[in-house]
Design a protein around this ligand. Structure first.
Ligand code: DPP
Ligand code: ZN
Length: 876
């Protein structure tokens, strides 16, 4: 496989201005007729060859302007069709044949169960027909779909339906015209037999839009939340960004077999069922919120992605980072802003930070890649979001909006770059973004080391800030970043006034950290404060400050910033777990620092606290997070330390946890509202702690909740508590509950996935045997990505104690799965390699075995470019 470089970008020799497609869909093949209106680039030589992409296609005919193109003027290989001696403008017509029913990669046109659907981003269109499959080639599409009418009553594509009719042999057709120019990656087609839920939306200019969600008949009652989320998103984008929807129809189709969460195809979004269906009985609160977020995300792409798209795939974060920023702001407006922020940071730190510290580290605008599918990463999405967030905060609400307006207006209908985006922000604000640009070009999580010094006599407080960034592949030394450091000084009676160089900054400010080392001297500081740093997580950096445990307690109790309070609790927990782990290794028993329990007690007693925040703060850092955080981690010691600490907390706070559990029971009608979600999350956090008690009443409590629950959040929390219980009383009850759950829900794939996830994550001994049994169960299907993620990815990514079993059996297992999936679905196979890629960070006893597993994958036959790139980087 070859590497593609950003520096090699140049415009194509030919443009496509109009694309006409006709699909003849049959049980075991599809015939695709294309008519492409093409023009040679004004700067290209007259003898420029036309190179079209095409993969796994059978070429039946090639014509230019209606005439068969002579055999000596074109050539075909397994990736391209090259034509020579072409006129300046012409119509290229190709007929190709493909086999959607055999397409297990779920890229291009494939069958998910009985329906035909497509996934073209990033480079899937080339598996449909020959095309210049790159995002800067934008064209108007007219698509005619033909299929059997009784099996496929529904025929959809992008844009508006302009014609429908009957054909011979019980077949029919529909023709769709999308008037907006788009790259091929936004193309979509669906042929299916589905039911529809409809609604309408009136845009800000008074246009009427038909909204449709297509699902299986049994799922008609699970669309209301997605529909409401869609309408909320449409309104929000008008109000927040002045962006109006532009077609007369907006469609969402739910499919079972899907590599991603969802796809923003123009006018015809295709969704993984897991990101669109939601109902009280079947869906957890977290999944409700995910549906809301993903519906919004895909809808927002209509402007940030579709109307203004990416020039090349190195610019992926242009649309993804920006759109994640937009959807996270939307979710913050719909729910609790602080909770959303903490959840996002938790996610970023536990997945993106390790990515940025490992062999796959890449800038949000990478300089090279082998397989673009490997770059749909946490870095492109979530770090990309953080970078846009920093820009938005630097500019402030009004200027950022002006920058966005300029960006959308100037580049409407064009394919552009992250530089174009930043240039708009610089233009409206007059700010210099040249140093800030390093965020786009440099990988790695910057480190900020901060130290504070109080001078009582002079009444000054000096913050010394030093930045650095670890080396990442291909980037040994890096210029300094521009890091916005939001901070405050917390005193006994609240935040202290900030005065810097004679200028007042209120009680909160943002320090521009731009040099290797900087000092900020605050004057008029009347008492020794505790600094509150990186407020609201103002930059995606690793900040270290040598807080004493008492200072952390002080911040937990007194800081006004939700993120900082949560973070102080995390730091305290990490410190306590680390010292417990050290003691466990040394065979000593160490008394748990009472301050951690004390902090939790205070939280539980605080009537005014946001319940969701209390729940988040009660949760100890996860084992995978600790493993990624610490150097050469002793996983077993950390696991024991963490488990013992949870047991200890459960015992110490039992009465209070029980009280809180009972006082957060509710008999009001279920709503996935922020308030109710907060209440349930706190109640279930208490349940989890209480379930660590091995008395019979703990089991009874779980069973009671399981029986009484009228919603999936509570039911699943009970199931998880039971599955994770190591009480003797749970032995028989556990299997009974698992069986009951399965039999109640075996016809609901998404609920069964949750049943699989709970078991795959269970940290009790014997994890791999349980996984193998689950994979032999009728509920498992290796061709369905949701099942693979629910079992294999959860086990290898979240069940650290079992995955890292000393025998190395977890690594062998994962290598086997990657090799099997490589042949079926390279994108999914490639994603699964991440846990093994961390081999260098683990002690040799484990690291060496992980490396062997990677080497075995590397030498297995027919490696896809996806898997090859990941494994070769991991081994480098
Ligand atoms: N469907 C994916 C997303 O929306 C890729 N564009 O992020
Ligand atoms: Zn996206």
């Amino acid at each position: 496989p070859s590497t593609i470089y950003l520096k090699d970008y140049r415009q194509p020799d030919y443009w496509i201005t109009e694309t006409g497609l006709r699909f003849e869909l049959f049980e075991e093949r599809a015939v695709v007729h294309s008519e492409l209106q093409m023009h040679r680039h004004a700067d290209s030589p007259a003898d420029a060859e036309l190179v079209l992409h095409g993969v796994e296609l059978k070429l039946l005919s090639v014509k230019v302007d209606g005439q068969p193109w002579p055999q000596d003027k074109y050539s075909v290989d397994d990736k391209t069709l090259t034509l020579r001696d072409l006129p300046e403008s012409f119509v290229l017509a190709c007929v190709t044949e493909i086999e959607p029913h055999k397409n297990t990669s779920l890229e291009g046109l494939y069958k998910s169960r009985s329906m035909f659907c497509t996934q073209c981003e990033a480079e899937g269109f080339r598996k449909i027909t020959y095309y210049i499959d790159r995002p800067d080639v934008m064209s108007v599409f007219t698509t005619r779909v033909e299929a059997d009418k009784s099996q496929f009553p529904l025929l959809l594509s992008n844009g508006n339906a302009i014609e429908r009719g009957e054909l011979a042999d019980g077949r029919h057709y529909a023709t769709w015209l999308d008037p907006f120019k788009k790259p091929a990656y936004l193309f979509a087609l669906v042929a299916a037999d589905l039911e529809v839920v409809e609604d309408r939306f009136t845009t800000c200019s008074g246009r009427d839009v038909l909204l449709q969600i297509f699902v299986e008949a049994k799922d008609l009652d699970k669309c209301a939340h997605a529909m409401l989320s869609l309408k909320n998103s449409m309104r929000w984008d008008e109000e927040t960004y002045g962006r109006e929807y532009d077609l007369d129809i907006f469609m969402i189709v739910a499919v079972d077999d899907f590599n991603m969460g969802a796809m923003e195809n123009k006018g015809l979004n295709i969704f993984n069922t897991s990101c669109v269906l939601a109902a009280q009985e079947t869906t957890t609160d977290a999944a409700f919120q995910r549906v809301e977020g993903v519906v919004a995300h895909e809808y927002f792409h209509n402007w940030s992605g579709n109307r203004v798209t990416c020039r090349d795939w190195f610019q992926l974060s242009l649309k993804e980072g920006f759109t994640v920023y937009r959807d996270s702001e939307f979710s913050s407006d719909m729910n609790s802003r602080t909770v959303k922020r903490v959840e996002d940071v938790q996610h970023l730190r536990s997945i993106q930070f390790p990515e940025d510290a490992g062999p796959m580290a890449h800038p949000i605008r990478p300089a090279s890649f082998i397989e673009i599918s490997n770059f749909y990463t946490m870095t492109i999405y979530e770090k990309g979001n953080e970078v846009v967030r920093m820009i938005a905060n630097l500019l402030g609400k009004e200027l950022f909006r002006r920058g966005c307006d300029l960006y959308f207006e100037r580049f409407d209908g064009q394919a552009v770059t992250t530089d174009d985006f930043v240039a708009c922000m610089a233009e409206v604000s007059g700010r210099d973004f040249s140093q800030f640009q390093h965020w786009y070009e440099q990988a790695g999580t910057p480190r900020l080391a901060v130290a504070g010094q109080y001078d009582a006599e002079a009444q000054t407080y000096t913050l010394t800030v030093e930045q650095s960034c670890p080396a990442t592949p291909g980037q040994a030394v890096k210029p300094n970043f521009h890091i916005p450091l939001a901070m405050a000084l917390v005193g006994r009676r609240g935040l202290l006034p900030l005065e810097l160089e004679g200028e007042s900054h209120g009680v909160e400010t943002v320090l521009d950290v731009t040099e290797k080392q900087q000092q900020f001297v605050f004057s008029g500081v009347s008492e020794k404060p505790v600094p509150s740093l990186l407020r609201d997580f103002s930059a995606p950096v690793n900040l270290s400050c040598a807080y004493s445990r008492d200072q952390l307690l002080f911040l937990i109790a007194n800081d006004t910033d939700g993120f900082c309070r949560w973070d102080a609790m995390q730091q305290l927990a990490v410190a306590v777990i680390s010292e417990q782990a050290e003691a466990w290794r040394a065979g000593e028993s160490l008394v748990v620092d009472v301050r951690l329990v004390q902090a939790m007690r205070q939280l539980l007693q605080d009537e005014s606290a946001d319940r969701a925040m209390v729940a988040l703060m009660l949760a100890l850092p996860s084992l995978p997070y600790l493993v990624d955080l610490l150097d050469s981690p002793d996983i077993e010691a950390l696991h024991h330390a963490r488990a013992t600490l949870r047991q200890h907390i459960s015992g110490e706070l039992q009465a209070l946890l029980l009280d809180t559990y009972h006082s957060n029971m509710s008999d009001v009608e279920y709503q996935p509202s922020a308030e109710q979600i907060a209440q349930r999350s706190l109640k279930n956090a208490c349940l989890a702690y209480l379930s660590l008690q091995s008395d019979f009443s703990a089991i009874e409590r779980i069973q009671q909740q399981y029986q009484d629950a009228d919603n999936m959040t509570d039911k699943l929390a009970a199931l998880a508590a039971m599955v994770n219980s190591n009480s003797l009383h749970a032995e028989t009850a556990k299997q009974a509950m698992l069986d009951d759950f399965y039999h109640a829900w075996k016809h609901e794939a998404l609920v069964v996935n949750q049943w699989l996830q709970v078991q795959s994550a269970c940290a009790l001994p014997g994890g791999l045997e349980r996984i193998k049994a689950l994979m032999a169960h009728e509920a498992f299907d290796i061709k369905n990505p949701n099942k693979v993620r629910s079992v294999i990815s959860i086990f290898c990514g979240q069940n650290a104690i079992n995955f890292h079993d000393a025998s190395g059996s977890g690594y062998e297992f994962l290598a086997d799965q990657v090799i099997e999936l490589n042949a079926l679905n390279p994108q999914i196979a490639s994603r699964m390699i991440v846990p093994l890629s961390k081999w260098r960070r683990l002690p040799a006893a484990q690291g060496d075995k992980m490396k062997l597993a990677l080497e075995r994958i590397m030498t297995s036959p027919n490696l896809s470019s996806d898997v090859f790139e990941m494994v070769s980087k991991a081994l480098k």
